[in-house]
Ligand binder design. Sequence first.
Ligand code: PLP
Length: 387
Amino acid sequence: MDYSSTYIYFDHSATTPVLPEVAQKIAQCLNNIYGNPSAGHRLGKQAQEQVESARKQVASALGANPSEIIFTSGGTESNNLAIFGIAEAYRQKGNHIISTSIEHPSVNIPLKMLERKGYRITLLPVDSQGLVDPRLVKDSITKETILVTIMHANNVFGTIQPIRHIGSILRQEGIIFHTDAVQSFCNIDTDASALNVDLLSVSGHKIYGPKGVGALYIKKGTKIMPQIFGGGQQRNLRSGTENVPGIVGLAEAARIGHHNLVDKIIRLTVLREYLIDGLLRTVKDIKLCGHPAKRLPGNCNFTLKNISGQAIVAELDQAGIAVSGSSACASSSAKPSATLMSLGLSCEEAVGSIRITLGFENTLEQIDYFLKVFPPIVNKLRSSSFS
Ligand code: PLP
């Protein structure tokens, strides 16, 4: 990572840079390990050893058993496998699935597809801070309910759901519980057994690892139907020759991320609170979205009146800062974030939203620079929108 770069990266929920240690492991693997993990000779065994040792590392970061980890091509595939795989395996038992209105498209689009195939989907609302009420989950259960899928932490406004509590309710009811932990893994504790989940999705590129690789935790004994068919790799659950360098990179990122978790939480929470406090003090008509405390350590999401999130992103980019913004309200192709509107925001409020997501390499000086350039940008955009 080039820490000396003058460009400031505040978009860690979109993706993270690859750690040098991770890049080194990947390069070593690319240069030296080229056997097919399924091959019977020594080069195959060597590759298989790398995959199995990576499986142990990812399992250890999730408090799981290595046999409970399946490598995938990322968070999207993990979520698809969990949802379609459980829906298919438990179809005889029932056809009802419970989720929320704030899930990532890699969860809510598979759910829409299942709805078209005759499954019944209940999408629970969240409160104004983005929290799902565990009582609503309990009240929505019917005899037909086969799966509940609720994300651990929201990718837009960072609210952390009471997954452990919901999980304990679902354990008593004997219902399978999946959580999309793509944003929470290596940012808060994601011990799978402590969370009382049966399936949990993670992705490499959100944890300073490579893109195009992820994993799905599947608790021992959970019935699931594979969704990719072929050579029968990974105990028939996910066919396809393993992405050995990607898997090795994911495992190294998970190992380091898990090892540094407590330090990272403390550091990012301090930076986040400093930034939130600074913005709320210096910018007029700005509101923090999501829960004030139960939020990802590095997530700050604001809505600003009379301004477009996209315009702020462009201006900040000119000032050398990367953040993420919401889409336009009335344009035919882009819609305001449905996730933000689930918090009860109006279309105008959702459109004036920016997301600043911090990483461990960010500094107080970078935040000070942001706090210096941001208020004049807001003033400029607001005055131009009225001229
Ligand atoms: N789930 C959440 C909450 C995400 O934020 C993302 C990526 O932005 C994904 C799933 C998809 O992960 P991937 O990009 O690895 O497919």
